[in-house]
Design a protein around this ligand. Sequence first.
Ligand code: C5P
Length: 237
Amino acid sequence: MEKKGLLYEGKAKKLYLTEDENLVISEFKDDLTAFNGEKKSSEEGKGALNNKISTELFKLLEQNGIPTHFVKMLDDNHMLHKKVDVILIEVIVRNIATGSLTRNLGIEDGTVLPFTLVEFDYKNDELGDPKLNDQHALILGLVDFQDELDKLRRMARQVNDILKPYFAEKGLNLVDFKLEFGKDKDGNIILVDEISPDNCRFWDMKSGEKMDKDRFRQGLGGLTVAYEQVLNRILGK
Ligand code: C5P
């Protein structure tokens, strides 16, 4: 399968059309952005690591009954996947308080939450991805029915129920993560985008070390070394 025209360029990926109208190719870029694009950089090898990590995690989720857009990894930086209508809601799942939850609500960093929190953000760079409640999402027409919002929450919790114990076995706390969903050609809601240390937070269970994009956000350095460690733990190396 070969790349045809560029469909869309995002902050971390480029999307290309293919000869099959139902399939697209994502190119994982080495670019890094944070704080809604205000902080920018690039780390050689980051895109390939995210492609490989996402590939393994999409396969794991598919095996456990979560429908995803994943078809196959084509090479180091390219993934073939289904074309969808993206739902403009970022579904955030949190097990431990940090980041914007700590900033917005004053919950102490590192607090284990009494239950898994699922939040919605509006995927809109111009507005800075504001928080959404169900009524906002319906008024904006981001989905057609309340049932679909319930489904997004249900699927996000299922993903957490699979990934949290999976990473715990590998010595990593899955602190929080962001998921995106879309509708395939038959209108089914499926998991899309990527699942990588760019959109998940992982803390080493023993040392507490951050093994994700917070290394860039907080200027800690060692980003690709950390991402590589996440991949190696997934691969059991
Ligand atoms: O910044 P915040 O604490 O809300 O992030 C929660 C989780 O969602 C983090 O794992 C972060 O990497 C992810 N996220 C993301 N893209 C965004 C916002 C958050 O991947 N636009």
